[in-house]
Design a protein around this ligand. Sequence first.
Ligand code: ADP
Length: 249
Amino acid sequence: MGGAPTDLKLIDERGLRLDGRRPDEMRPLKIEAGVLNKADGSAFVEWGMNKVMAAVYGPRECHPRHLQNTERALVQCHYNMASFSVEDRKRPGPDRRSHEISKILSEALTHVVFTEYFPRTSIDVYIEVLQANAGTRCAGLTAASVALADAGVPMRDLVASVAAGKVANTIVLDLGKEEDNFGQADIPVGYVPRTDEVVLLQMDGDLTREEFDKGLHMAVGACKKVYEVQRDALKRRYSARAEGQEEGA
Ligand code: ADP
């Protein structure tokens, strides 16, 4: 968020954005489930210029042990941005931002996983951002949900995620990098369609109550589209598996 260079027009005369999108248009989204052999479940998401891999291990013995919960499983997200994921090399290793994102994504996923089925265990979700262009926490959450389902972890539903925001006094969907840098607000949302619940909501910048409502409404509507892409990835994965089993039979 911040002041744009004076010649940078985030919305042009035709009402279009820097990359030609309409205000309520998402960047192209592709999801592939089951892309890693060694993980219990995995998913790869390409969302605009973001590339994010999610890998799930577990439920398995919880480490460190003092975190074990005798009543339920612990969902532990580990969000990491590769040093080659951004233009200037990112300093490798955890930082405040990655800790924050790991925490909020863990909380969002804990809402949908039936953690009570697996006391004392940990469900580890690794989110590796290979290429970043704003919106990586939403891409990570979207990928992680598919990876959990691919691992066969029992869940109430998938979490779908996308951000809304405000640029050049306009409420827009799915902010790109320049919009994130020079826009006025960013609201990442995680939504569970089946229960109509919001499980992730953050806000950076300034919005009136009316603008906030419009942004949230726009993001929830778009999450329903993200959800369809997630389900489609899982359907393709299961039909490929079923075909493989038939061939093996
Ligand atoms: P999100 O990726 O969820 O939108 P942020 O708003 O914190 O999260 O980051 C926006 C974008 O800024 C990222 O997607 C990435 O392109 C860039 N970015 C974040 N952290 C760094 C960093 N340490 N170095 C370079 N670019 C970064």
